[in-house]
Design a protein around this ligand. Structure first.
Ligand SMILES: C[S@@+](CC[C@H](N)C(=O)[O-])C[C@H]1O[C@@H](n2cnc3c(N)ncnc32)[C@H](O)[C@@H]1O
Length: 338
């Protein structure tokens, strides 16, 4: 049975329902991408009123599996509509969710098109939407997908392999100026200038390791700290190739309008650029007025549609970070439709 615990976050105290998740955890942690902050995601869902949940980033199905198994364990019938851009991930998720296929509709699609996908599935409004953003370990660990600077492969980085433009097109065809802007804006890389110059000088660049080597050499003043010197540039190229920020912007706005009253939007982001955008979108929708601060009288006619469930982001426990290093940068945000 769920019990109630007082949970201390900075200066604020929150009441969280701590769910008995122990009986399903072994199954979830099998051999796939390990879903991040599962316990916290389950605690963020209001299972009492849950009918339909949209999992916008199915990946290999870890969160969906945990949600369905937990619902089953408390005798609650729910439906998940799950989508992902990545066909390969979907096939893996289908195997993982083999026991639950009657409770989940799985579609290949972009969450920037979530309103249409929900409508086409015969659904009107939903009780919860989950976004577990970014890249999956399946992408990083499979060299052929060309996401990782640790294994050699053709530069690719597309979530959807049917998309025409890959990282190779961007690296080999964009101007030095465009590359500099991409690396600076999507990677917050202080040495974007030098890296872009070096990329253009060394083209053609067709492999991940060649690109990583060019970046390392361009950043010669770089001292190895906690991350590999190519991390920010690879992140930037991936975000550009997959149009990630525009998709998040559009997906979250549509998700908010799909929620029923008291429905919840749950997001997990993994780096500051992504999280800043999510925070801005949720904060904006939780405000009555979004006029610029220098305007004395409100002219925006905006009204709040969300209530933020926590003032601060929720981060994974030290135990989770110890078990799954990928979770270390995760930030969970939850808001409720009002
Ligand atoms: C962190 S993984 C999700 C992992 C998943 N929660 C699990 O438990 O396995 C993020 C997933 O989002 C997908 N994705 C990224 N952008 C997307 C978009 N615009 N629309 C749909 N899926 C997207 C990626 O293909 C990737 O599989």
């Amino acid at each position: 049975m769920p019990c109630v615990l007082l949970f201390c976050l900075g200066n604020c105290f929150y009441k969280l329902n701590i769910l008995d998740y122990s009986n399903i955890s072994l199954k979830v942690m099998r051999i796939y991408h390990s879903p991040v902050m599962v316990q916290e995601v389950l605690e963020s869902i209001n299972f009492k009123s849950l009918g339909v949940l949209v999992d916008c980033t199915l990946g290999s199905g870890g969160h969906s599996e945990a949600i369905l198994e937990y619902a089953k364990s408390i005798g609650k019938k729910i439906k998940i509509l799950a989508l992902d851009l990545d066909y390969e991930g979907i096939e893996i998720a289908k195997k993982r969710l083999n026991n639950n296929l009657d409770s989940i509709i799985i579609k290949q699609g972009n969450f920037s098109n979530i309103s249409n996908i929900v409508k086409e599935s015969g659904i009107d409004k939903v009780e919860a939407v989950l976004f577990d953003l970014g890249v999956s370990s399946l992408h990083l660990e499979k060299p052929i997908r060309g996401f990782s600077f640790r294994q050699d492969a053709e530069l690719d980085m597309r979530f959807d392999i049917n998309q025409t433009d890959s990282a190779s097109n961007v690296i080999n065809q964009e101007s030095e100026e465009t590359l500099k802007n991409i690396i600076r804006d999507f990677g917050e890389e202080p040495q974007a200038n030098a890296i872009a110059r070096s990329i253009v000088k060394n083209r053609p660049i067709n492999s991940t390791l060649k690109l990583a080597d060019i970046i390392v050499r361009a950043k010669k003043s770089y001292k190895y700290k906690s991350i590999h010197p190519a991390t920010q540039t690879f992140q930037a190229i991936r975000m550009y190739v997959n149009n990630e920020l525009d998709n998040i912007n559009s997906g979250i706005k549509q998700a908010i309008s799909l929620l029923k009253k008291s429905g919840r939007i749950i997001t997990i982001s993994y780096h500051s650029i992504e999280d800043r955008l999510v925070k801005k979108l949720l904060l904006e929708e939780s405000r009555e007025c979004i006029c610029p601060t220098n305007i004395l009288e409100c002219v925006c006619n905006h009204s709040a549609s969300l209530k933020l469930m926590f003032k601060k982001v929720i981060k994974p426990s030290l135990e989770e970070i110890r078990q799954n290093r990928r979770s270390r940068s995760a930030k969970l945000r939850v808001a409720e439709k009002i």
